[in-house]
Design a protein around this ligand. Structure first.
Ligand SMILES: *Cc1c(COP(=O)(O)O)cnc(C)c1O
Length: 400
């Protein structure tokens, strides 16, 4: 496919998803009355209730929990794990080693014991290696899933790993295979960076619950903070007791900031996700022309917004991130350096010259400082900005 054809396909998905969001907004009768803050216990908070309903409709889920009280995507994902799993239950990661912060929550195979992790609570854990080509090993899956499996973790996006992202079709196949071995096993999808990349989402493909961040795709660049959980009513309810307190659940929680940004962010999200996808294609083309291995390739169909570029040295990774930072609208004068970020085992360098701190739907680049020294680029609220910064990053890397 030519770049023009790819961009056209991206636009079609964006139009479809805009239609989906629009219809959901009509169905919940979104109005000015929902753009109000509340205080205290916030019983009957109209904004909170409507936002939950809206997300449930968009994701074709029974229920949703959308809150700025989630401090990050990791918090929303952890709420699913710690809200649903009980001592002696077993979690199985189907997609190899999970994203760095998820490993910390799970608490097995980390450099230091993690207090409050799943392991700490006596929850069992297994990990299925991916096949050599980075895809799910269905033979191993069928051998491993039995009646002792309580939940499987399915990570849609690649994370800090060069394996391909899962398509929603892949997710459907995984869920079907899991359910065939154990119909009670809960299929949980880490949906980070996947929202609106395709015309369908994990719940309609057979997942029971999924969660993600509001400062990635679905916040549309406007959401100021937060995360979401969508899925089966009973499961979302369990999560709500972990988020607030047993018996309080989702019926409390004040909307402290104007919720308009959350609603408008979702409205913009299909378009913004399309901008991010085009930015990723653009970067893939430039860096593959320069001879670097890129994942996905410029003309590949994408299933998340991440572009991995294997630069091969720490120096190049730093130069890349520093150039992205320098050509960002915020903190352009700052020079990012690798540091010990909370929740990560390896040092991470992160360029995020973003209006919302660390928002990775805005143009951002980061990398764990480890072999094979790949940088992970994502976001780009406008393709115009992304093009400028990516060209500068290419120059910086080439000048070394
Ligand atoms: C971003 C991300 C998370 C959550 O990270 P936060 O920075 O806490 O929002 C979890 N899993 C994957 C695959 C991610 O990309």
């Amino acid at each position: 496919m030519t770049q023009e054809e790819i961009f056209h396909a991206i636009d079609e998905v964006s139009e479809f998803n805009t239609q989906k969001v629009l219809q959901a907004m009509q169905e919940v009768r979104l109005s000015d009355a929902h753009f109000k803050t509340t205080s205290g216990y916030a019983y009957d908070d109209l904004a909170r209730q409507t936002l939950d309903k809206l997300f449930a409709k968009i994701f074709k889920a029974e229920d949703a929990l959308v809150r700025t009280q989630f401090v990050s995507g990791t918090h929303a994902l952890a709420t699913v794990l710690l809200g649903i799993l009980r001592p002696n239950d077993k979690l199985i990661s189907i997609t190899g080693t999970p994203y760095d912060t998820m490993q910390t929550i799970i608490g097995y195979d980390v450099k230091q014991p993690v207090r409050g992790s799943l392991k700490d609570f006596g929850i069992l854990y297994e990990e299925l290696d991916l096949k050599r080509d980075g895809t799910v090993d269905f033979d191993l899956l069928e051998k491993t899933i039995d009646e002792t499996a309580t939940m499987v973790l399915i990570q849609r996006s690649r994370g800090y790993c060069l394996r391909p992202a899962l398509s929603c079709k892949d997710i459907q196949k995984i869920c079907a295979a899991v359910k065939q071995k154990n119909s009670n096993c809960i299929c949980f999808v880490d949906n980070c960076y996947g929202e609106f990349v395709e015309t369908v989402e994990p719940i309609e493909m057979g997942a029971d619950i999924c969660a993600g961040s509001l400062i990635k795709n679905i916040g549309g660049g406007l959401a100021e903070s937060g995360g979401y959980i969508v899925g089966k009513k009973n499961l979302v309810e369990l999560c709500s007791y972990r988020l607030t307190a047993p018996s309080l659940g989702s019926e409390l929680g004040a909307t402290l900031a104007n919720p308009r940004t959350l609603f408008q962010g979702v409205f913009l999200a299909p378009h913004v996700t399309a901008q991010a996808l085009k930015s990723a294609c653009f970067a893939a083309k430039i860096f593959s022309d320069l001879g670097y291995p890129v994942f996905p390739k410029p003309d590949e169909i994408r299933h998340d917004i991440i572009q991995a570029i294997e630069l091969g040295s720490a120096k190049k990774v730093c130069a890349f991130c520093q150039a992205i930072q320098k050509w960002s609208p915020v903190d352009s004068f700052a020079t990012p350096e690798p540091w010990d970020m909370p929740g990560y085992d390896d040092q991470i360098i992160m360029a995020a010259g973003t209006f919302i701190q660390g928002a990775s739907i805005e143009l951002s680049a980061d990398a764990p400082m480890r072999e094979p020294f790949a940088v992970y680029l994502q976001g780009g609220v406008t393709l115009e900005h992304a093009k400028i910064a990516i060209k500068k990053a290419a120059q910086a890397v080439q000048s070394l």
